[in-house]
Structures are given as C-alpha cells and as structure tokens.
Design a binder for this molecule. Structure first.
Ligand SMILES: Nc1ncnc2c1ncn2[C@@H]1O[C@H](COP(=O)(O)OP(=O)(O)OP(=O)(O)O)[C@@H](O)[C@H]1O
Ligand SMILES: [Mg+2]
Length: 367
C-alpha cells in the first residue's frame, strides 16, 4: 500500500532549473529500457527581480520560480510523490581532483577538509561536501625508479562541494509541488551521464546555456576537469544587438534563425563569448594533454540551448582543431515517433534533465 502512495517506483523525474527555463522530464524503466513518459518546459522571464502583480503585490524571484514550476508540473499532470532528481547550476558548486598520499580513512577525511579550505572561500559549515577515491597511483612504479620516501603510494580524490543554502532552496521548491526529492546533484554530473554515460573513452563537453557555460573533461566516465564561465547565450544576444544596432528581441530571433552568422568568410560576426569559450576549452585540453601525454580525446560534444546556434559545430571544430559534434542526450531513450519533431527541437538543451532522471534509473537497476 505504502508503495502506491509513494508514487511509481520505476518512474523518475529530472528537473533542471536553468536561468532561462525550467526543464522537466519523466522516464520509466521497463524491460531493461529507458522510456520517455512525459516532458515539459517553461520559460522564465526573470530578467527583472521584482514584478508587480495585478493586485499590486510584489512577487519575489522565489515566488515566481515556484509559480512557474507549479504551473508546469500541473500542465504535465505529474502525479504526487514521483521520485525526482534535481540539479544545482554548475557555477554554484565545485568539482576538483586532489592528489594526496595514501592514508587511513579517518586521516583522509581530515586531510580533505584541510585541502577543501584552499578551494572554498566560505566557511565549510555552509557547504555540503562529498568525495571519492578515483585512482591509486604508485609513484615509484610510475617513474620507473625507486624514489624512497618522496614517491610512495598516492591517491586521486574527486572532491565535490555545493552551498547548503542552494540545496535547501531546490529541495523546498520541489517538495512544495508534492514530488519526492530523491537526490540533488551538480548539473555537471547530469550532463556527463546523459551525453557520455559509461562509454569508455575520454570526452570533452561544452554546455552553453543562457547565463553560463560549463566545460567538462571526462576520463573513462569520471569528471577530471570542470570549469564554469559566466558567459552564454544571453550575452551572445546582447553582442549581436549591439553590433547590429537592433533590439534584444530582434537579436534573439536573428540568433536563433537559419542564417550562419559566425562562419561566413565575408560577413562573420566576431562574438567575444564564443572566442572566450574556445580559448578556455583549448587551455583545458592542452593542459590536460601536457599532464597526460598518452591521453587521446575521443570526442568533443556541445550541449545546452545555445548549441543549436547555426554553424557552432563548424566554429568549434575549426578553433579546437578536432571534430566537434552536438551531443544527443536522447540517444538511449525510447520515445514515440510522434514526439520526434519536438524532441529534435529540444535537442541537447535537455541534457541536464535527462541526465538527472537517468540517475534514478541507474540507482533502481543497482537495487
Ligand atoms: N536555435 C538557437 N540558436 C542559438 N541559440 C539558441 C537557440 N535556441 C536556444 N538558444 C539559446 O539557448 C539559451 C538557453 O539555453 P539553455 O536552456 O541550455 O539555458 P539555461 O539552462 O536556461 O541557462 P543556464 O544553464 O545558463 O542557467 C538561450 O540563450 C537561447 O537564446
Ligand atoms: Mg542550463
């Protein structure tokens, strides 16, 4: 009986709170397959922090986010109690790899706390942290010589941290629409899961959203480098508006149109945001290759709503000197043919939401 009230146990909802929209997807797991059950998106016009309602009452950002989510979940007719997975924006958190000498687990916890202080400016009481040993290294063997004490056994630890207040904020929002919050994670992991999953190999992902861009380097499915820059589609719109002397509204329509604005030889626009993302990507890839000379990058994917910009694959292929493709988070999901045209439009902007729901599936499979 209790199971009934808790919502279907093989259905999983992913909720991505993006800057420009909230994206929700519901997947089910049956006959070893992930199936699309439901999806929805609501635009957030949150450019002004406060807005007067009809009765002249002032609604806060929080209230408007809440109303947008409630409306969307209502339109999707999602039953109460479904297990939901929620993301925290990449720029709110921290993912880093630290290398330490091998030690007992209680000593390790202390050493990690100590290391974390170097990366986290606020008090550690205000952040939720988790960590995982991802590699054991025998430094003596690696160098092919005995270095005595200087070498020895070392470990690589993946450290993840996010502000507790953000976690509580998203927990409150989702619990408020009567869904069960099963887990909250940094969107970096969601993107990695939906675009790469357990594909062996090394991949680099560039997720360009509205406010921010998230760059992720994965080695055999593990996030090894993560970098967020505060630049994305909304700034591209502003650049185009300024350059062409048009309104932001017209610029947005122009940007999302069929014309390739960035590759044509005579009239290509120089868009500083794209140059910044390309140079940061190059820096990450080069520095990683320098440290890991045997490493080969097997693929570079674009995702996020801005990946739909005409000519972007070609732009990055040229600037990074390697083939760049748009990632497809729907590739392992079964869905009705009728939904295909819309799914093609949503494309890689659903990478976070799908990755979140897939976490539910993975946990279910392991049970
Ligand atoms: N066809 C298109 N061409 C170019 N840009 C597009 C296209 N479609 C959508 N975009 C841009 O994608 C952006 C929204 O992407 P996305 O939904 O991934 O962002 P978000 O998740 O809301 O934001 P963030 O992740 O930064 O918080 C907007 O800036 C929008 O202008
Ligand atoms: Mg996003």
């Amino acid at each position: 009986m209790l199971e009934f009230f808790k919502g279907k146990r093989n259905h999983f909802v992913g909720i991505d709170f993006g800057t420009s929209s909230i994206k929700v997807v519901e997947l089910s797991y049956e006959n070893q397959k992930a199936k699309l059950e439901n999806y929805g998106i609501v635009d957030l016009d949150l450019t002004s922090q406060f807005e007067k309602g009809n009765d002249n009452s002032v609604t806060s950002y929080e209230q408007r986010l809440n109303a947008a989510l409630k409306g969307l979940i209502g339109r999707m007719k999602l039953p109460n109690g479904l297990q939901s997975y929620v993301s925290i924006p990449g720029f709110s958190g921290l993912i880093t790899i630290i290398e330490l000498p091998e030690m007992q687990s209680d000593e390790l916890a202390k050493a990690i706390q100590f290391e974390a202080h170097k990366y986290i400016p606020s008090s550690l009481d205000e952040v939720a942290m988790s960590w995982e040993i991802i590699e054991h290294i025998d430094a003596n063997k690696q160098l092919g010589q005995n270095l005595g004490k200087a070498g020895g056994k070392r470990i690589k630890v993946l450290l993840v941290a996010a502000p507790k207040k953000d976690i509580e904020h998203y927990d409150r929002l989702v619990s408020g629409v009567d869904l069960e919050v099963s887990a909250i994670e940094l969107e970096t992991f969601s993107i990695a899961r939906s675009l790469v999953g357990d594909d062996a190999g090394n991949f680099f992902i560039i997720d360009i959203g509205s406010r921010a861009t998230n760059m992720i380097l994965l080695e055999k499915g593990v996030v090894m480098v993560n970098r967020n820059v505060d630049a994305g589609g909304s700034e591209i719109t502003t650049t185009i508006a300024d350059m062409m002397g048009i309104s932001k509204q017209r610029s947005e329509a122009f940007k999302t149109g069929d014309k390739d604005l960035i590759n044509s030889t005579e009239s290509a626009l120089i868009i500083p945001v794209l140059e910044l993302i390309a140079s940061e990507s190059k820096r990450i890839l080069n520095s990683y290759k320098e440290k890991n000379p045997n490493l080969r990058i097997d693929g570079i994917f674009l995702s996020g709503g801005s990946s739909k910009m005409k000519g972007l694959e070609q732009y990055f292929t040229k600037s990074l000197g390697m083939p760049v493709m748009i990632g497809n988070p729907w590739k392992k999901i079964l869905y009705d043919e009728k939904a295909k045209p819309l799914i093609d439009v949503l494309g890689a902007s659903f990478a976070v939401a799908i990755g979140l729901a897939l976490r539910g599936l993975e946990e279910y499979k392991r049970k």
